[in-house]
Design a protein around this ligand. Sequence first.
Ligand SMILES: [Zn+2]
Length: 289
Amino acid sequence: MERIRKALVIGGIVMSMLFAGCGSSDSGSSGTLSAQESSSVSEVSAAESAVPAEESTAGTSSDEAAVTTQHPAKEASEYGKVIALTFDDGPNTTCTPMVLDLMEQYGARCSFFVIGQNINDESAEVMKRAYNMGCEINNHSKTHSYMNKMDADAIKEEIKYTSDLVEKYTGEPTKFFRPPYIAVNQTMFDSIDMPFINGKGCNDWEEKVTAEERVKKVLEQAEDGDIILLHDQPTNYQTVEALKTIIPELQKRGFELVTVSELFYAKGITPVSDSTPKIYTNSMQTGNW
Ligand SMILES: [Zn+2]
């Protein structure tokens, strides 16, 4: 386990650096990221996969059946190709409703990973609208801090605060967790009883990345079973613009746009939610990263 911890710490640090711009609207940091972020992440992924299989799967158990769904009643075998569009750092009353308008227009569903401290009476109304449309509300912590620097109690409080608020407004607790800055360590895996979700991104928290570049990056990476990581930060209108091409093009290619729960369901996979150090970018991935 020591070896895993070491790998996680290193991975956590590297990934923290790579994702330092995530949530830049509240952290204020962004300018130093390279345009190569996605490929760099893949390199990290490959390196992390070197953790021996018998160690990396230690602790896997089957107590994760609690992931429920609100997707249309159909069998997993009735799905074709699926992709989950996901949006971090909301909810808000500016960008989030624009994302929802597009989902409505194209008959698509998506998932939001919300920050607890962004939930107020006004933004909660938007969140409720999303939930009632069949979208999924998931957990992106309370304060969007580096949780790999927190103790277990503080980590649990971050998660509980947001899950409780989501449940208060939608009637359902959060089911998946996306770590702020994708910064993780073993204490987080031990303390958070939800599958960890990453995704393929396009640096869409950076103002200088144009809508066209976002479209190109998302479309060239898109594969069956993928999770796409985007942001509905308050003024991220370039991502809204990009979605006007991304959504219909993915549908044209035969992808059904579903929630994260539905993605795993469609693939017949129960995501790991115990202390196994695993974080998903594709629902069918075999490696831990
Ligand atoms: Zn974030």
